[in-house]
Design a protein around this ligand. Structure first.
Ligand SMILES: C[S@@+](CC[C@H](N)C(=O)[O-])C[C@H]1O[C@@H](n2cnc3c(N)ncnc32)[C@H](O)[C@@H]1O
Length: 476
């Protein structure tokens, strides 16, 4: 048996959970390898954990490269937490995404031989995101090459970074010069803001000393419209400084800048959220389009981050819902009401529920704009069913529920609510296979529902994330 710290050589034969790959040593011991590894590689890895039936190890060197690999395009590959699967060729990404969903349903959800279709591919493999969300930090994450360079010789300061966190590094961020899954305009917006803030040596907020100024930068660009929003989130508003930054953005973009917002956030976490907004240019929102529908999107509102694939996803939802024309439908976790609007013409009436006030306001405006009179939106917290039950009953109990929770899934109280409402059909849209499996298992407890089908859709090429649309049917 290998010892902790020992370097072992192993051939990788499969992918496993937690973004690991798996191989087997000659003595039959299973090894889970962490790091950018692919099925078919032979690798050397350092043993980090020893358990009775398996070892855990960290990649040190690839001895033989698998033919399922491709050359990663991004210089931050391996350190940035974003695109973990850039080294898989695209067909391998799709295969592993489907497997991730299937494994979660079988091993975590306890479903026997679930019907999981092949993953629907994305059209654009890079430059597809319509939103990037970066943090400012005063501790820049150093790449391996930079570690050996004396601080005074580094070409970037150590105490400024605007970018993404390396995995497990909450207080350090990689200063990202270019993100390949964002558009060129979004990258230019980030660079313009970076240079402005770095040159002026503006202070940076940290949860240790919550008095700094710069917090987050969120850039959105409508995938179908090209409309551009820059939302700089700071702890206070400095009108003069923001006017100067607006001038820089105007120089870079001219009329192509749709709106510039300075969001103010005083919360003690690092999540980008505007508690207050100062709109310096434009109307404070952008518009994007899915199919023939246009959507108003405010800074705090959720909108699917890959516009082209959202169209594919929503058509899949409509297909799996197989509407008859007169149903009462709930769209839970509805964001800006984009699914409801898509589904409106296929059913009787829809109630969309969402807890972010601005998203509900966007949803209402979007429905009015499209004359979707059968759509109603309410701001409610889906964790507190007791409080909203009367309102749901007044609207009418659902024949079909579409639920699209955040990656962590539904709160157990919300799944309980769904079981009490017991609509004949539940369409569960999920960007977290593990939460789909867990919530699906709870939904199906005591044979109340069965899982009929599951369709993975690739919304996030190069990353280890996958979206799925699952259809559950009530059994009695
Ligand atoms: C994955 S997004 C889905 C949005 C929308 N269905 C779409 O396709 O654009 C999840 C949404 O759930 C909302 N949300 C999260 N927790 C909630 C809760 N407890 N009650 C109501 N809405 C919630 C978030 O604000 C977000 O808009």
């Amino acid at each position: 048996m290998a010892k902790k710290g020992e370097i072992i050589e192993v051939e990788i034969f499969d992918t496993a959970d937690k973004n690991r790959c798996v191989g087997r040593l000659e003595d039959g011991i299973t090894v889970f390898v962490e790091g950018p590894v692919a099925v078919g590689d032979t690798v050397r890895a350092k043993v980090t954990k020893i358990k009775k039936k398996f070892l855990q190890a960290r990649l040190t060197e690839v001895v033989k490269f698998s033919d399922r690999r491709t050359e990663p395009r991004c210089k931050y590959f391996g350190i940035c937490g974003g695109c973990k699967w850039q080294h898989f060729d695209y067909s391998e990404q799709l295969r592993v995404k489907r497997k991730q969903v299937l494994d979660a349903l079988v091993h975590l959800g306890g479903f026997e031989s679930p019907e999981v279709a092949e993953c629907i591919p994305a059209k654009d493999l890079f430059g597809y995101r319509n939103k990037i969300d970066m943090d400012f930090t005063d501790q820049r994450y150093l790449t391996a090459d930079e570690m050996d360079i004396p601080a005074e010789e580094l070409d970037k300061p150590l105490d400024f970074a605007l970018g993404f966190h390396a995995p497990g590094c909450f207080f350090k961020a990689i200063d990202i010069d270019h993100c390949d899954i964002a558009t060129e305009e979004m990258n230019l917006a980030v660079e313009t803001v970076r240079i402005f803030c770095r040159d002026r040596k503006l202070s940076i907020y940290s949860t240790f000393k919550p008095d700094g100024f710069l917090r987050n930068l969120v850039v959105r660009q409508g995938g179908a419209t090209g409309e551009l929003m820059v939302n700089l989130i700071t702890s206070t508003h400095d009108a003069e400084l923001m006017a100067e930054l607006l001038a820089e953005l105007k120089t870079a973009f001219g009329d192509k800048l749709t709106t510039f917002v300075n969001g103010i956030c005083t919360r003690k976490n690092l999540v980008a959220f505007n508690e207050e907004e100062h709109v310096l240019c434009g109307e404070g929102f952008i518009t994007d389009r899915l199919g023939k529908y246009s959507y108003q999107i405010s800074p705090n509102s959720f909108f699917q981050t890959n516009t082209a694939q959202a169209d594919v996803l929503y058509n899949e939802i409509i297909k799996q819902a197989a509407f008859q024309g007169s149903e009462t439908v709930y769209d839970l976790f509805c964001g800006t009401g984009s699914i409801a609007l898509f589904a409106a013409k296929y059913c009787g009436k829809i109630l969309g529920i969402e807890w972010i006030e601005s998203a509900v306001a966007d949803a209402q405006k979007n429905a009015i704009e499209h004359g979707a009179e059968n759509c109603t939106f309410r701001q409610m917290d889906l964790m507190h069913f007791g409080k909203i039950r009367d309102e749901l009953e007044a609207f009418g109990l659902p024949d079909l529920v579409i639920t699209d929770p955040p990656r962590a899934g539904m709160h157990p109280k919300a799944v309980k609510m769904l079981r009490e409402l017991a609509p004949p059909i539940v369409i569960y849209v999920s960007c977290g296979p593990a939460s789909l499996a867990r919530d699906g298992q709870m939904l199906c407890e005591d044979g109340l529902y069965k899982l009929v089908s599951c369709q993975p859709v690739d919304m996030f090429p190069q990353t280890n994330h996958v979206e799925s649309v699952a259809r559950f049917q009530r059994c009695s």
